[in-house]
Design a protein around this ligand. Structure first.
Ligand code: ZN
Length: 393
């Protein structure tokens, strides 16, 4: 199931409010249109005590000043969204009856909380991720105010928590404290693995999701086996594998400035032979204080396996690892601005061989390897496609 996440649609962020976001009220009709199309709608609410330390008034400093608060960078804001004031109330026109739950944040005066999932230091959770998971939510559509702060942080945390994450672009507006902040936020979200779409497309995805959910609902599900890394799941008559301690997989189309495609070769035990693949790895399989973003995991895997550090990592597409075999999805990222800083080879016993194949010769090289008995992951050919075309620039 997919959920709609309404970020901070509160009076103080609307024109006339204490921290009005330019053109902020333009997102309200988008919200009103999308709300009835989702079975689950959740709102976040900035909810500060009157002496919150993100308020410039507490420091006698001008609004917009950057300070350090409890070891974290903090912008100083006008007093806003003070608990139980009209400014903190949800905007008129957002029907509270359609909102299944409201998650309040920024309640601790010593730390700000842009994200609906965690405070800015990732020290305390609001419980939103667990709440969504308990209800079987796998994907979230994020919209609201403001793009460059609470929307951005909420969408990034949704990704970190393993939710497929969309940003409804016309359902957001930016503060733009510095010109271009809103666009930079969207670029950062795309790089991390958030999919951006407009509300028209969001309606289509929501409609399809309802139909899919009804179809899945016709089948019972059972966990047939549960081991250290994998579950065997049965849904209806269909058996498939699930990684229960990871949120997904990433693979990289890494191209050097000299237009060489980076591939890896390693002995794969399930196949009992060496396989040529894109550099790739699992996301969220190691406990961390702040969970990795898919884009971060991709950059780390590239470095571990190949020794290359990427200046830029950019989301390309995603899809099933193997649609009938597993419910896992793999996100494909383009990596560019490569610099080799170590030998690579993987960690532990991975024993990875790194190949640098001139892009123009890639298909010939792969054909020769296949003819010589090597096994090539077909995702490599998707990599060649992206490297030659849309992955550039
Ligand atoms: Zn606030």
């Amino acid at each position: 199931m997919f959920a709609l996440l309404l970020v901070d649609l509160q009076n103080d962020f609307l024109p006339g409010g204490a921290l009005a976001v330019p053109d902020g009220d333009a997102v309200l009709p988008v919200a009103a249109d999308l709300i009835p199309r989702f079975d689950l709608v959740v709102a976040t609410q900035d909810w500060h005590p009157p002496d919150h330390l993100s308020f410039a008034s507490q420091h006698d400093r001008p609004v917009g000043t950057m300070i350090t608060l409890d070891d974290l960078p903090q912008v100083l804001w006008p007093d806003h969204c003070v608990q139980d004031t009209p400014g903190a109330a949800l905007a008129e026109g957002i029907d509270p009856a359609r909102i299944a739950a409201t998650f309040r944040k920024g309640c601790d005066r010593r730390i700000d909380s842009y994200s609906g999932f965690h405070d800015n230091g990732h020290r305390r959770s609001t419980g939103l991720a667990e709440w969504l998971r308990e209800r079987g939510v796998r994907g979230v559509f994020v919209m609201g105010l403001a793009t460059d702060y609470c929307v951005q942080f909420t969408a990034l945390d949704a990704l970190r928590e393993g939710f497929e994450t969309w940003l409804v672009t016309d359902g957001c507006r930016a503060v733009d404290l510095r010109a271009g902040d809103g666009q930079r936020a969207i670029d950062a979200l795309r790089a991390a693995g958030v999919q951006c779409l407009d509300s028209r497309s969001a309606r289509d995805v929501a409609r399809q999701n309802r139909a899919d959910r009804d179809e899945v609902g016709r089948y019972d599900q059972e966990i047939l086996a549960h081991h250290q890394y994998l579950q065997l799941v049965r849904r209806g008559h269909w058996e498939f594998a699930r990684r229960h301690n990871a949120s997904g997989a990433v693979a990289l189309v890494a191209v050097t400035d000299e237009r060489r495609l980076i591939l890896v070769e390693q002995f794969r035990l399930p196949h009992g032979r060496r396989v040529i693949e894109l550099p790739a790895g699992i996301v969220g399989d190691e406990p961390r204080a702040v969970p990795e973003l898919p884009g971060e995991a991709a950059a780390r895997e590239l470095l571990e396996e190949t020794g290359y550090r990427a200046r830029t990592v950019r989301y390309l597409t995603h899809g099933p690892t193997s649609a009938g075999f597993s419910d896992e999805a793999v996100m494909l990222f383009a990596a560019s601005g490569l610099e080799r800083i170590s030998a690579g080879g993987g960690i532990g016993r991975e024993q990875i061989t790194v190949h640098e194949v001139p892009l123009d010769e890639a298909c010939g090289w792969l054909g020769a390897r296949i003819a010589g008995g090597a096994l090539v992951d077909p995702k490599v050919f998707a990599g060649v496609y992206f490297a030659a075309g849309p992955a550039k620039g």
